[in-house]
Design a protein around this ligand. Structure first.
Ligand code: SF4
Ligand code: SF4
Length: 373
């Protein structure tokens, strides 16, 4: 396992994202499979686990508490995040933090982030009446937090403004970074910004929710010809190994085979050369030219949908519909989606859109999809 130094801590270059554990059809986490994945991570040197209040419908923190409690506390690093909710008071912020400590059984957090600082919630994080930044500084002084940072899907301008005003609580910054988002989500400019501030980069969505793990036959052959021994997912990680400032790569692994593959990849550093990078960017251009939706399957949008629609699934079907020129027929969609949960059930409330880090205009897509079907 490769390691990176962060302020004297030796962090595994690969961290486990805790929002995509294996689940059954009812969305219950398969605890035995998840425990095995975590055991294999720790046995092979992965020492960083990234959870959050919301992951797995609010279960992820407790799951990590349960599964990590058999290990000595100093043998792993745990990160979690303060959600940007409507808090009514400082007491409510403190109560949320205490509940996170209770859920994770961690005693303290090695890394604590403001969750997705973006245009929609920055006002909550900076509200003087709530005093969130001061609260976090106090927790750090009290030893309940070792390092503070932010995750963000916000714009470049917002990132610059927030970091300039709160530099001391942005010891590290977690961004969506991969070869497709290099241009799509301004990741290149965000990397340059963080490098300018001297802030280490934590990477989320290195494979875009698994979407970059499988490419077309033609693209797969082209990449295999350049690196015969490398898998397609490994290309995304090799890309990141060449990006200055990248300290932590978080992968939301969903199976033991993904864990072992990723551990194998992170046994060596083999960044892409300029020609190999170009090959990936050519593939990215072709993907973006098809104008399909860039849903990562994170499911943030589904929690408060009044119609309980499986939004990522519907968007995936919409992509298929568009890519096949409408060959995915209405009957096929009806077979894949529960009765009453078709795009036509969307009431256009747009609750989901404020939650979507990819800024997808979900209500418009649902309406368009319903019309086309
Ligand atoms: S806009 Fe449609 S998909 Fe989004 S939350 Fe409302 S009903 Fe659900
Ligand atoms: S639509 Fe947005 S929030 Fe919902 S799963 Fe896709 S990327 Fe995540």
């Amino acid at each position: 396992m490769l390691y990176k130094d962060f302020k004297g801590m030796s962090l595994s270059a690969l961290g486990m994202g805790c929002m995509r554990f294996p689940c059954d059809a009812n969305k219950n986490v398969d605890m035995a499979a998840t425990a095995e994945m975590i055991d294999v991570c720790l046995q092979n040197g992965v020492n960083y686990f990234d959870t959050a209040w919301f992951y797995h419908g609010g279960r992820s923190e407790s799951i990590m508490g349960e599964l990590l409690s058999k290990y000595p506390r100093e043998s792993y690093y745990l990160a979690t995040k303060l959600p940007g909710h409507e808090y009514k008071s400082r007491e409510e912020v403190a109560a949320r933090f205490d509940e996170q400590l209770r859920r994770t059984r961690a005693g303290y957090f090695d890394f604590y982030l403001l969750h997705n600082v973006c245009e929609d919630n920055v006002g909550i994080f900076t509200d003087p009446a709530l005093g969130i930044a001061d609260f976090l500084r106090e927790q750090k002084a009290a030893g309940k937090i070792r390092h503070l940072g932010i995750s963000t899907h916000g714009s470049l301008a917002l990132m610059e403004e927030f970091i300039s005003a709160h530099r001391d609580i942005v010891e590290f910054c977690q961004i969506q970074l991969n070869w497709l988002d290099w241009t799509l989500q301004d990741a290149k400019a965000k990397v340059e910004l963080l490098n300018r501030f001297g802030i280490p980069i934590w990477v989320m969505e290195p494979l875009r929710g698994g979407k970059l793990a499988t490419l077309s036959e033609e693209d797969t052959s082209a990449l295999l010809a350049m690196r015969p021994a490398e898998s397609i997912p490994a290309w995304s990680f090799r890309f990141l190994q060449g990006i200055p400032g990248v300290t932590m790569v978080l992968s939301g692994m969903s199976s033991l085979s993904q864990v072992t593959d990723n551990i194998h990849t992170f046994g060596t550093s083999a960044p892409l050369d300029a020609q190999e990078q170009k090959a990936l960017f050519r593939i990215a251009d072709a993907i973006l030219a098809k104008k399909t939706l860039t849903c990562t399957g994170c499911k943030y949008c589904t929690e408060d949908c009044p119609m309980e629609l499986d939004i990522p699934k519907l968007l995936s079907l919409y992509n298929k519909y568009c890519l096949t020129g409408g060959k995915v027929r209405a009957e096929a969609v009806a077979c894949e989606v529960e009765n009453g949960k078709l795009p036509s059930a969307c009431v256009g409330c747009r609750t989901c859109e404020s939650k979507c880090p990819q800024k997808i205009r979900i209500s418009e897509i649902m309406s368009d999809f319903a019309d086309r079907l």
